[in-house]
Write a protein that binds this ligand. Structure first.
Ligand code: ADP
Ligand code: MG
Length: 241
């Protein structure tokens, strides 16, 4: 699903957090967003998912402008899946119930139908054997894969990832990135905030560098990592590579 962001501006009180953001995410493309802490990456992702309001500009998901009317916005939002740094699973529900909850409550599916879909995606993230467990019984990497499966259950046309591996121990990062790489290879449209540069090089069509609320550089990964044109991007890369 194509996403069009045009002239986006957002303030938290008097703090100008997003400044004149223009970004097109074509259907089937993969975009990685990086940049220093506080540069507005999460805020941008949250605006696209309708979790934050904004004061200027527009966001259109699949041609539907967010905010035009509540019903259209709800439908557009249903097309986006979001994965957070902190997993955000419901601790009192099993893995399977975490995945079936929205299918049953929102889409009014039968238990049987919802569980079939949930198990399909739990297999996709290579974790079907954990279906009856509770989140606290799983490792961080497993919990994050459940969070990805849960998002996929609603058949999103755009997947948003906000630093999905930042809270994980190093040995678990790869199992989550592997799932993201296979999603990309199946053609999922993806917008990923991540500092995993190996992942960016492997799957991203474009890398975006944000600083102080602005997109200051957008380039193909080979160009961005080879020779970023912006001084702040260069300094940033020197720190993380
Ligand atoms: P990033 O994800 O790039 O680290 P964020 O989008 O989380 O950056 O935050 C950008 C800036 O906005 C930061 O300076 C942060 O402190 C500020 N900020 C984030 N959320 C809020 C909020 N709810 N109210 C006020 N300021 C906020
Ligand atoms: Mg953030």
């Amino acid at each position: 699903m194509a996403t069009e962001i045009s002239g986006l501006n957002k303030w938290y009180g008097s703090f100008h957090v997003l400044k004149d953001i223009d970004l097109t995410v074509a259907a089937g493309s993969r975009i990685v967003i990086c940049g220093p802490s506080g540069s507005g990456k999460s805020t941008l992702i949250r605006c696209i998912n309708g979790l934050e309001t904004y004061q200027g500009g527009s966001i259109a998901l699949g041609g539907v402008k967010l905010g035009d009317n509540a019903k259209e916005t709800t439908l557009a939002r249903r097309d986006t899946g979001m994965v957070f740094q902190s997993f955000n699973l419901f601790p009192h529900l099993t893995v399977l119930s975490n995945c079936t909850l929205a299918l049953r409550r929102v889409l009014k599916m039968s238990r049987r139908q919802a569980e079939d879909i949930a198990l399909h995606y739990l297999e996709k993230v290579r974790i079907p054997e954990q279906a009856k467990k509770y989140p606290a019984q799983l490792s961080g990497g497993q919990q994050q894969r459940v969070a990805i499966a849960r998002a996929l259950c609603l058949s999103p046309r755009l997947m948003l990832f906000d630093e999905p591996t930042s809270a994980l121990d190093p040995e678990m990062i790869k199992e989550v990135l592997d799932v993201m790489v296979s999603l990309a290879s199946e053609g999922m449209t993806m917008l990923c905030v991540t500092h995993e540069m190996g992942f960016a090089r492997e799957v991203a069509d474009q890398v975006i560098f944000m600083d102080q609320g602005r997109i200051v550089e957008q380039a193909r990964p080979d160009i961005f990592f080879g020779a970023p044109s912006h001084a702040r991007a260069q300094q940033f890369l020197e720190k993380i590579l």
